[in-house]
Design a protein around this ligand. Structure first.
Ligand SMILES: C=CC1=C(C)c2cc3[nH]c(cc4nc(cc5[nH]c(cc1n2)c(C)c5CCC(=O)O)C(CCC(=O)O)=C4C)c(C)c3C=C
Ligand SMILES: [Fe+2]
Length: 355
């Protein structure tokens, strides 16, 4: 295909949401903004401790190039664009380039294996707004890959990394496999119906099933990291579980970052520094960490298959009526208003929060 007729893939980092049409989650934007504000001081420190910046942009660009090559090897001559939610190149910039290149079909590939309204959902909302308002873009057929943790290629690639890393322990069978997922506020799951928690649990089940099929029967557990601010996040919390495991006598632990596919601040600083130190202080003696998938070829190859499979379903983005409306917007607004007010008051008293 030539440049003007080729399909394009947007590798949307921090893009996420149930779909372009389900907008319950937009009621949670104020909470997300507040959390982002509260994250800022900790993020600043974290970036400083890993050398002043995240490697995320570089790794994402490498993944995009690797994806293009993998697609070309499958006789799909496509352009790949990177769009980010909170950093350059922003989604808006990627879309402008897509328009300039006169792309005629698009596959949106969030770089999150599991769907959450806070990641894929939030990014899809940005895309939806841009596409709706543009006469050309609103006619471009788009296919959205909402989640892909259930794909055999991803599950096997994760199992490969875990299997390999277990071998670095002197007694691999004794090691506790510790899946650490990025958390989200509980209200996302309970009030907005975010499928993130269910998808995460399903994802762990699939990886453990694959490991068992390989004769690997280690104990495992799942906990949630990176919580910020005064609201309740998904539990159990990674820091609390690490301390409990140490107290219960677990000696060897392999941390598996399961919601990320690239090394970044939450793997390099939060897991490798903060959680490792906490685990060792709590009595865990042997610590290991599975690397992020980054450009692992089986993983990239599977993403290329996911894109190829999604292409035929590309359709123009339409606006929906019934699904736009949150089932109980008043209740949602009241909860959010008081939740955000409380959070704001606490934010003004950083000493109470201990941040
Ligand atoms: C599955 C992964 C992630 C979830 C769930 C998630 C929730 C979440 N994030 C914000 C706000 C911000 N996140 C930011 C950075 C960031 N977030 C993730 C992943 C998830 N976030 C990643 C991989 C990164 C990049 C880290 C890096 O190395 O650059 C940022 C940007 C600034 C920063 O603090 O790093 C914001 C802002 C909210 C509000 C939220 C759930 C409600
Ligand atoms: Fe985030």
């Amino acid at each position: 295909m030539d440049a003007t007729s080729s399909s394009a893939v947007v590798s949307q980092l921090r893009l996420s949401s149930p779909s372009f049409r389900n907008s319950k989650s937009r009621f949670f934007e104020p909470l997300a903004q507040l959390i982002s504000m509260l994250r800022a001081p900790k993020s600043k420190e974290g970036y400083a401790s890993i050398g002043g910046g995240s490697p995320l942009r570089k790794i994402t660009d490498e993944q995009a190039n690797a994806l293009k090559l993998a697609l070309e090897a499958k006789n799909k001559n496509v352009s790949v664009y990177v769009g980010m939610r909170y950093w350059y190149p922003f989604t808006e910039e990627a879309v402008q380039q897509i328009k300039k290149d006169k792309i005629t079909r698009l596959v949106v590939l969030p770089l999150y294996p599991q769907f959450s309204i806070s990641t894929t959902g939030s990014s899809l909302r940005v895309l939806q707004n841009i596409f709706r308002e543009d006469a050309y873009l609103s006619r471009v057929p788009v296919a959205i890959i909402r989640s892909w943790y259930q794909r055999e290629g991803y599950v096997k690639s994760m199992a490969d990394l875990i299997e390999k890393e277990l071998q670095s322990f002197s007694m691999p069978d004794e090691v506790m496999i510790f899946f650490s997922a990025h958390g989200v506020p509980v209200s996302y799951v309970e009030d907005a119906g975010d499928s993130y928690k269910d998808q995460m649990e399903d994802c762990i089940f699939l990886i453990m099933t694959e490991l068992k099929a390989r004769g690997i029967n280690n104990r495992h557990t799942l906990a949630y990291q990176s919580r910020v601010g005064p609201v309740q996040w998904l539990q159990p919390y990674t820091d609390k579980v690490l301390v409990e495991l140490g107290q219960k006598g677990v000696k060897s632990l392999l941390a598996v970052p399961v919601s990320f596919v690239s090394e970044h601040i939450e793997t390099l600083e939060e897991i490798d520094m903060e959680y490792k130190e906490l685990a060792l202080e709590s009595g865990i003696e042997n610590w290991g960490r599975v690397p992020a998938l980054n450009c692992t070829s089986s993983f990239i190859n599977d993403l290329a298959d996911a894109v190829t499979e999604a292409l035929p379903s590309a359709a123009a983005i339409t606006t929906s009526t019934s699904e736009e409306v949150y089932s109980d917007p008043v209740n949602c607004f009241v909860k959010l208003f008081f939740g955000s007010l409380l959070a704001f008051i606490l934010f003004l008293s950083p000493k109470i929060l201990g941040i």
